[in-house]
Design a protein around this ligand. Structure first.
Ligand code: AMP
Length: 405
C-alpha cells in the first residue's frame, strides 16, 4: 500500500513527496485509514516510527475536506514538552506548506505571552500546546473550542508522568463532546488506559512496536567503568578516537551536564548542554545548532531531550544510566531514526548491575558488553561473608551422654 491509496488532497500529497517519503511507515499504514474514517484511536508506537505523520497527515486531510467558520482551533495537539511542541509544529508546517489557509499556532511555557497572544488573535486552524500554558489561556478566555473537531494527545504517558493529569482532564472536559480523539503513548496501560476510557469514544487500539523493543537498527553496547572519573576519561577517549558525527550524551543531572560541557570545551569539542534550566530560546538555538552541525555533542537530561528529532544522530551515550527503564528506550531512540543506523553506548559502574539487569528484562534484549583497554572496571569481587555476629554461647553445657536416671 502506498500514499496513492489514500487519495490525499493534491497539495498534501505534494508536501509528502517533497518530504521525500516514498511509502507510509507501519504506524501510518495502520492509523491513517482509521483516523480518516473518524474513529478514536489509541496507538502505541515508538518515536522514530513516523508517528507524528501518522496523525498529522490525516488530520490535515480532514481539514481540507470541510470548511468551518468561527474562532479557535479545529485541531488541538497536546504534548508534554516544549521541544516536542516545536518538533510537531515543524512537521505540521512541512505537511501543510502547500495548503492555503492552514495556520498553526504553538502555545508553550517559557516564551512570552504577548507573542503567543498576537498569534492567537489571528485566524488559525491547528493549535499545538503544552498543558500548563493552554490552561492559562483557557482561563483567560483567550482560547476556546467552538469549532474543535479533533484532539490529539501525543506522548500521553509522559504527560501524565510529568504530573499533568489534572490539566489534561480539564482540557478534555473543555473540548466539545463530539470531537474525534487520538491518543499516542508508549504504553496503553495504567493511568493512560483510565484516561482513555473516561474521555474517548470506543477507541480502536493500534500497536506497532511495543515500547519495550528498541529498534533493530540501533546497536546497543555497555561498558562497565570504575567510577565517575573513569566515565569522564572514557567519554573524552571515545570522542577523540571514534568517528562520531552527532552525539547525544545523557546525564542524570543538569549540574553534571554543565560540568561535562565545560570539560569538553576545554578539550576543544563543539559541545552544548540541553536541560530544563535553560530558557526556551536557548534550547531552541542549541537544537538548531546541532541540526546544522555547528554543535557535535549535546549533553542532555531526559525531559529536555524528549521530542528532539534530528536525523543523523550517530551515537547516544548514557553517561549515567536512567533510573527509569522506559527512559532508556526513549534515549536510545534518538538514534537510528528513519532507517539510519545508530549506536547506543551505556556507561555503568558495578553499582548499576541491578539496573542493567532491569533494562535488559524490560527490553527483552541483552546488551553487548565492550571493554576498551585502559578503562576496564575492576572485576566483581566476591565479598567474604562478614562475621557480623558471634556464634551464640550455649548457656547450658551439653547434656551428658549418659543421663542419670
Ligand atoms: P516520528 O516518529 O514522528 O518522530 O518521525 C521520525 C522521522 O521519520 C521524522 O523525521 C519524519 O520526518 C520521518 N518520517 C515520517 N514519515 C515518514 C515516511 N513515511 N517515510 C520516511 N520518513 C518518514
Amino acid at each position: 500500500m502506498t500514499f496513492d491509496n489514500f487519495n490525499f488532497h493534491p497539495m498534501l500529497r505534494k508536501a509528502i513527496d517533497d518530504a521525500g517519503y516514498t511509502e507510509p511507515t507501519e504506524i501510518q499504514l495502520k492509523a491513517m485509514p482509521k483516523i480518516l474514517k473518524g474513529f478514536d484511536i489509541r496507538a502505541s508506537a515508538q518515536t522514530g516510527t513516523g508517528k507524528t505523520g501518522a496523525f498529522l497527515i490525516p488530520a490535515l486531510e480532514l481539514l481540507t475536506r470541510s470548511q468551518k467558520k468561527g474562532r479557535g482551533p479545529r485541531i488541538l495537539i497536546l504534548v508534554p514538552t516544549r521541544e516536542l511542541a516545536m518538533q510537531v509544529s515543524t512537521q505540521a508546517t512541512k505537511y501543510g506548506k502547500f495548503l492555503k489557509e492552514m495556520k498553526t499556532v504553538c502555545v508553550v511555557g517559557g516564551v512570552s505571552y504577548e507573542t503567543q497572544l498576537r498569534k492567537l488573535s489571528k485566524p488559525y486552524d491547528i493549535l499545538i500546546a503544552t498543558p500548563g500554558r493552554l490552561i492559562d489561556f483557557l482561563e483567560q478566555r483567550k482560547i476556546d473550542f467552538p469549532r474543535l473537531e479533533m484532539l490529539i494527545l501525543d506522548e500521553a504517558d509522559r504527560m501524565l508522568d510529568m504530573g499533568f493529569q489534572e490539566q489534561v482532564e480539564t482540557i478534555l472536559e473543555a473540548a466539545p463532546k463530539n470531537r474525534q480523539t487520538l491518543l499516542f503513548s508508549a504504553t496503553l496501560q495504567g493511568s493512560v488506559k483510565h484516561l482513555s476510557e473516561k474521555y474517548m469514544n470506543k477507541p480502536m487500539d493500534i500497536i506497532v512496536h511495543s515500547d519495550h523493543e528498541p529498534h533493530a537498527n540501533i546497536t546497543q553496547l555497555l561498558h562497565y567503568v570504575k567510577d565517575l572519573a573513569n566515565k569522564k576519561k572514557l567519554l573524552e577517549h571515545l570522542l577523540q578516537e571514534e568517528e562520531m558525527d552527532r552525539t547525544i550524551v545523557f546525564t542524570s543531572t543538569k549540574r553534571q551536564a554543565d560540568i561535562l560541557v565545560k570539560n569538553l570545551h576545554q578539550g576543544g569539542h563543539l559541545a552544548a548542554a540541553l536541560h530544563g534550566d535553560m530558557t526556551q530560546g536557548r534550547r531552541t538555538r542549541t537544537i538548531t545548532q546541532l541540526r546544522e552541525g555547528k554543535i557535535k555533542i549535546l549533553i542532555a537530561t531526559d525531559v529536555a531531550a524528549r521530542g528532539i528529532d534530528i536525523q543523523l544522530i550517530s551515537h547516544v551515550i548514557n553517561f549515567d544510566l536512567p533510573r527509569n527503564v522506559e527512559d532508556y528506550v526513549h534515549r536510545i531512540g534518538r538514534t537510528g531514526r528513519a532507517n539510519s543506523k545508530g549506536i547506543a553506548l551505556s556507561f555503568a559502574t558495578r553499582e548499576d548491575t541491578g539496573l542493567v539487569k532491569r533494562i535488559q528484562e524490560f527490553t527483552g534484549q541483552e546488551i553487548d558488553l565492550i571493554e576498551i583497554p585502559g578503562f576496564e572496571a575492576p572485576p566483581l569481587k566476591k565479598k567474604p561473608m562478614k562475621q557480623t555476629f558471634k556464634p551464640r554461647q550455649r548457656k547450658f553445657s551439653p547434656a551428658p551422654k549418659h543421663r542419670r536416671r
